[in-house]
Design a protein around this ligand. Structure first.
Ligand SMILES: Cc1cc2nc3c(=O)[nH]c(=O)nc-3n(C[C@H](O)[C@H](O)[C@H](O)COP(=O)(O)O)c2cc1C
Length: 227
């Protein structure tokens, strides 16, 4: 097999959900160079449509339909303290006590048309119009996240794509300086390579990984057109 293909196959298979939960805060390190490299990889993800002009204002004015809001370990610890005061904090403070980075990855919906504004305002604040453009924005942002996870795996960094729990609330968005017109797609936790090997740290993996189809036969088929 081609060497590059073997490498990407190995990394794709090696990527897995790893959650590290610490009882007390782990020491913080600063590996800005590595995170910059991961972000640079994510930036090569495909995207079909430029994000709407309303998202291209201020500091983050890229045309990509995603935004990555990055917290280093020190900021993770600080956020962990604040989140632990929240009722539905769950396991997030324990992961923030261990994380080397948290990346809040958002996708950028097109503004809602006047016609459906009233309808959508009755549902939760995360609502968006089910247009092809929005589906493609989500798809592109997902590709950027997966590229980042693969790059992290290649760098030996344990990672976890979370739905975010309390991190997706308007309260936390405001705290983190994330505009309310962005939608959370993933709260990406990155963890240090070395963690204490004792009972103060728990390492958890995912439930679905073992249930994956054993080959692509479970989810792909060869199409033959009628003659
Ligand atoms: C969009 C998305 C959201 C996810 N959210 C969560 C989550 O909130 N909690 C969780 O335990 N795993 C979450 N996961 C991770 C999946 O559970 C995991 O990828 C799956 O079980 C397969 O395991 P693997 O990543 O180890 O291969 C999420 C994955 C994706 C793609």
């Amino acid at each position: 097999m081609n060497h590059d293909l073997e490498t990407i196959a190995r990394i794709a298979q090696a990527r897995k959900t790893v959650k590290i939960l610490a009882e007390s805060e782990l020491p913080t390190t600063n590996n800005r160079l590595v995170i910059d490299r991961l972000l640079a990889c994510a930036g090569w993800a495909p995207f079909h449509k430029v994000c709407h002009a309303e998202h291209r204002q201020g500091e983050l004015n890229g045309i990509e339909p995603w935004r990555f809001h990055c917290l280093d370990a020190q900021q993770c610890r600080k956020l962990g303290h604040q989140v632990s005061q929240m009722e539905a904090a769950g396991k997030i403070p324990a992961m923030l006590a261990a994380a080397s980075h948290l990346i809040i990855a958002t996708w950028l919906p097109n503004p809602t048309s006047v016609a459906s504004k009233a309808e959508l305002s009755n549902v939760e604040h995360e609502a968006f119009e089910p247009t092809i453009d929005n589906v493609e924005h989500i798809a592109a942002a997902s590709a950027a996240i997966q590229t980042l996870l693969l790059a992290a795996t290649a760098a030996g960094i344990s990672n976890y794509w979370s739905s975010g729990g309390v991190l997706r609330t308007p309260e936390l968005f405001s705290k983190l300086g994330i505009p309310s017109n962005q939608r959370l797609l993933g709260a990406i936790f990155l963890f240090p390579a070395e963690v204490p090997d004792d009972c103060s740290v728990e390492i958890a993996t995912s439930k679905l990984r073992a249930q994956r189809s054993s080959s692509s036969a479970g989810w792909s088929r060869v199409v033959k057109l009628p003659t």
